[in-house]
Design a protein around this ligand. Structure first.
Ligand code: ATP
Ligand code: MG
Length: 651
């Protein structure tokens, strides 16, 4: 009723309220990190439902991760609203396609390909290309990019050239692999993730009866993190809308971090042009972070070259003062990890729950050293925030066993010991987490089941095993993972939209942030800056930024600190950076001629204004060169201004 609706609005400020009250679309919220965009859409949906404008089941809220979808549902149910569909594009498409498959594909839902790289490898071989893991992964991401930007194999060469794509093979070869890959899938009758969206959009576009049904089911659309929408997702959204304007999008152009896979912030920035009558709301009050963190975020993004058409999105801190962000230099990576682990230990000992702490890094390979450092000091951790919780093998197994035990009879209010018994039968030993790695991760997620049982019993003392199993099934269905107690270890990408009291952004070395591959293209470097902006704006209270001079103990302490810290760190004079590499070549080919090609390339670039450069080798090439000419890597590095690195050092 209206009273409920008013109560929902009470939790919002004036501008947020304006966006929430505009329950009839089109609405666009354009605002920086932590300004309450996600909160506003949640409240807008709840308001619309309480007002009777929205039927919950007819609202489709699209988020970028399953975890975000689960969180949205959680927040909605706290506002007294159930039944809203909150899903990722993929999950929503999958559900619809499964239903419509017999009609549009003439059979059941096709299988999703299990091993994409294997299919790509087959397609590469069919085109007589020699590949290794790295070039296969690059080929797979080129195909993915092509599909998300709606480019066919025929379109690929021209589109790749226009977008200055760097692929491991020439564009016509990539296009050929793309074509063979598509053929292989249609032979098997299988789909990849992009096909899911493509086929669903196609089904709606080409089948009027399907379109009618889908559009009758979903009448109101909300898209979070809209700055990262890609043309394929936009096409699906347009298919769902079918010309209607009942859509609310929210996003922050400064957090665009998926351009390389086809995301395009122009959809967000151009929203008001596409819908002339759009209600455009800007938010600037930052409710998440202390003014200290907000100040740093503003400075970081303020140093980006101005982009045309981009509104100024400065953040105004709302919270009480907090500690100044810390900038810490370490001699090497294990020392950096040990210091972070020790700081986590101290925070936890001081009363901060481990789940309120995150360690964020640029590439997943950096996670390992933090895992062992945290294990060394006995701090529990969770990788990547524990999404896909219910798909983990240990959880599937545990749920099966719990279901079996529940069928065998119940002993109500003894729920917790029963859960413990079942888990113990899998070899899980309470209070004894294994020292590190995946075993630790597994232990932690099983522990989360016990914690959940404990929490539930506190609320419902009579809950039995059968009730617990039913509760788990509901959560699995809602992709609502229980809180896994532990420090979150996550990539900066995976941290999007989330927040923690204390955040450690680690490994801030130039060549990692910005990542080496980006350094020859200014727009790619800017994307790296935005990624760091996403990372620092995750912190509510405490923010620590760190880097280390050498990778390994005893190694040369020569790694320059991230260029993005210039002007942010108070000790800007310390740790002078080396000249920044501005060109790179990735080499593959016959060992015999490679060295000469390298030398020729180097001398041609060196002629123009001694551009500092580095050469990135794939493993296979490095080995081939080393065999053909053992001293060559050293000789190369001795060329003025050249650094030589192995590709996998950059993940
Ligand atoms: P991001 O760009 O990182 O996704 P966001 O704009 O979606 O951020 P939210 O996650 O919605 O921001 O909000 C950030 C934090 O501020 C949350 O903890 C939220 O509950 C809080 N918050 C937002 N608006 C208000 C408000 N009006 N009053 C109190 N707290 C608020
Ligand atoms: Mg958000």
């Amino acid at each position: 009723g209206t009273a409920g609706a008013e109560a929902v609005l009470a939790g919002l400020d004036e501008q947020q309220r304006a966006a929430a009250e505009a329950v009839r679309g089109p609405v666009c919220i354009l605002a920086g990190a932590g300004t309450g965009k996600t909160r506003t859409i949640t409240h807008r949906i709840a308001y619309g439902v309480h007002l009777g404008e929205f039927v919950p089941e007819q609202v489709l809220a699209v988020t970028f991760t399953a975890r975000a979808a689960g969180e949205l549902r959680g927040r909605l149910s706290a506002l007294g609203v159930g039944g809203v569909q909150a899903r990722t594009f993929h999950a929503a498409a999958m559900r619809q396609l499964r239903y419509f498959a017999p009609r549009v594909l003439g059979g059941p839902m096709p299988e999703l390909i299990e091993n994409k790289l294997r299919v790509v490898a087959g397609a590469a071989t069919a085109n007589r290309l020699t590949t290794d893991r790295t070039s296969l992964r690059d080929l797979a991401s080129e195909i993915e990019w092509a599909k998300t930007t709606l480019a066919t194999p025929e379109d690929y060469p021209a589109r790749a050239a226009a977008a200055a794509r760097e692929a491991p093979f020439d564009p016509s070869a990539v296009a050929a692999v793309y074509r063979s890959y598509e053929e292989a899938k249609s032979r098997d009758g299988s789909l990849d993730f992009e096909d899911l969206l493509l086929v669903t959009a196609y089904a709606i576009e080409e089948h009027p009866d399907v379109a009618r049904e889908v559009r009758a089911q979903y009448r109101h659309f909300v898209v979070d993190e809209y700055q990262d929408v890609n043309p394929l997702q936009q096409r699906l959204l347009d298919a769902w809308l079918g010309g209607r304007a009942e859509v609310c999008v929210v996003g922050d152009p400064n957090q665009t971090i998926y351009s390389f896979t086809g995301a395009d912030p122009e959809y967000l920035l151009g929203f008001a042009d596409r819908y002339g009558d759009a209600e455009v709301v800007k938010l600037e009050r930052d409710y998440r972070s202390t003014p200290q963190v907000v100040g740093l975020a503003n400075k970081l993004i303020g140093q980006a070259p101005p982009r045309k058409g981009l509104p100024g999105l400065r953040l105004l801190g709302q919270r009480a003062e907090g500690p100044a962000p810390r900038f810490v230099e370490h001699p090497d990576e294990p020392a950096e990890a040990a210091a972070v682990a020790k700081a986590c230990r101290e925070l936890i000992d001081g009363g901060l729950p481990a789940s309120e702490i995150a360690v964020l890094f640029r590439i997943n390979a950096q996670s390992q050293v933090y895992e062992s450092a945290l294990a060394d000091v006995g701090v529990p951790y969770v990788l990547k925030g524990g999404e896909r919780f219910f798909e983990r093998p240990e959880i599937r197994e545990a749920v099966l066993l719990l279901r079996g035990a529940a069928a065998g009879g119940n002993d109500p209010g003894a729920l917790v010991p029963a859960v413990r018994d079942v888990l113990a039968s899998t070899g899980w030993v309470e209070h004894r987490p294994p020292p590190g790695g995946t075993a630790r991760d597994r232990w932690q997620s099983l522990a989360a089941l016990v914690d959940l049982a404990v929490d539930l019993v506190a609320e419902q003392p009579t809950l039995d095993l059968a009730g617990f199993v039913a509760h788990l099934a509901e959560r699995a269905n809602a992709q609502h993972a229980p809180t896994v107690q532990g420090v979150t270890l996550a990539s900066m990408h995976a941290a999007k939209g989330l927040e923690w009291d204390a955040v450690f952004v680690v490994g801030l070395v130039d060549g990692v942030v910005p990542i080496a591959q980006s350094q020859s293209r200014p727009e790619a470097v800017e994307e790296e800056r935005r990624l760091l902006y996403v990372a620092v704006t995750r912190a509510r209270e405490q923010l620590t930024l760190s880097w280390s001079l050498a990778r390994n103990p005893g190694g040369r302490r020569s790694r320059p600190r991230s260029r993005f810290l210039d002007g942010l760190a108070p000790d800007a004079a310390a740790a002078p950076r080396r000249a920044t590499p501005r060109a790179k070549v990735v080499l593959e080919g016959e060992a015999g001629e490679l060295f000469e090609r390298l030398r020729a390339w180097r001398s041609s670039t060196a002629q123009e204004a001694s551009v500092p450069a580095y050469v990135v080798f794939t493993d296979a090439t490095l080995q081939a060169i080393a065999e053909a000419r053992p001293s060559s890597v050293r000789e190369l590095s001795a060329l003025p201004g050249v650094g030589a690195r192995k590709l996998d050092m950059y993940g």
